[in-house]
Design a protein around this ligand. Structure first.
Ligand code: HEM
Length: 210
């Protein structure tokens, strides 16, 4: 039996249009954030290299989304990363963080301008302060797509991100991107960690504005 309804067209009625009230565990992440103490472990020809980084992130509510009967609430995501004291982009990602309350699912989509796109998912309760999302290269749904050169030289087989909402209102992520690097016997763990402190409140979604 399918976990999905036979009627794939009828949308839910009486949708609450105020996204900020319906984000489940993502509510604590809405807003504009800064992280001064990021740490990246990246692949270099001579081996793993550690690099400190500074991050600015925007997570702004979007209007509710319905796929037929399925209802998603979400945040539009943009992060921009530099090395301390530098202007040049070190890394950036755009995408969404989505919450489906009916199934207790968090979904994170991200696109990286080196030619990669990822969709990761995991289960959480609406009031969770810790959750983990996973994408694997083999998955048809929660997978990883890379341009041919990256698939040849730095094959990305797994992406995992753990989110912790901290008691002081900040939140932290710890992510592990597993790369199979051409010529290396062991998988490479490209780790990234940061703690984000809110610098501005979120702007309500278009339909949720008074
Ligand atoms: C905060 C998060 C991240 C930062 C700061 C970051 C930063 C970097 C940097 C600076 C490099 C280049 C190493 C060099 O050649 O100097 C790199 C390589 C790479 N990253 Fe990331 N990365 C992040 C997350 C990710 C994620 C989420 C993925 C994929 C799901 C990813 C995939 C790759 C791949 C495949 C490479 C190898 C490509 C190459 O070196 O030419 N990265 N990363």
């Amino acid at each position: 039996m399918s976990e999905f309804p036979a009627d794939i067209y009828t949308e839910p009625s009486n949708i609450d249009v105020d996204t900020l009230k319906n984000l489940g565990p993502l509510r604590a992440m809405a807003g504009i954030w800064q992280g001064q103490r990021g740490l990246d472990v990246k692949p270099k020809a001579e081996g793993p290299k550690k690099q400190a980084y500074v991050e600015r992130m925007e997570l702004q509510p979007i209007d509710p989304v319905s796929n037929g009967p399925q209802l998603l609430y979400g945040l539009r995501y943009l992060t921009h990363i530099v090395k301390p004291e530098q202007v040049k982009t070190y890394h950036e990602q755009v995408g969404y963080w989505l919450w489906e309350s009916a199934t207790g699912t968090v979904i994170h989509t991200l696109t990286i301008p080196r030619g990669q796109t990822v969709m990761a998912a995991g289960k959480a309760s609406a009031d969770a302060t810790e959750f983990e999302l996973l994408a694997t290269r083999e998955s048809d749904s929660f997978g990883i797509c890379s341009i041919p050169f990256l698939d040849y030289a730095f094959r990305t087989v797994e992406f995992r991100i753990k989110v912790s909402i901290n008691p002081d209102g900040s939140w932290s992520y710890d992510e592990d991107t597993v790369l199979l690097i051409r010529g290396q016997a062991e998988p490479f763990h490209h780790r990234d960690r940061n703690t984000l402190v809110r610098i501005a409140a979120p702007t309500p979604n278009p339909l949720g504005r008074p």
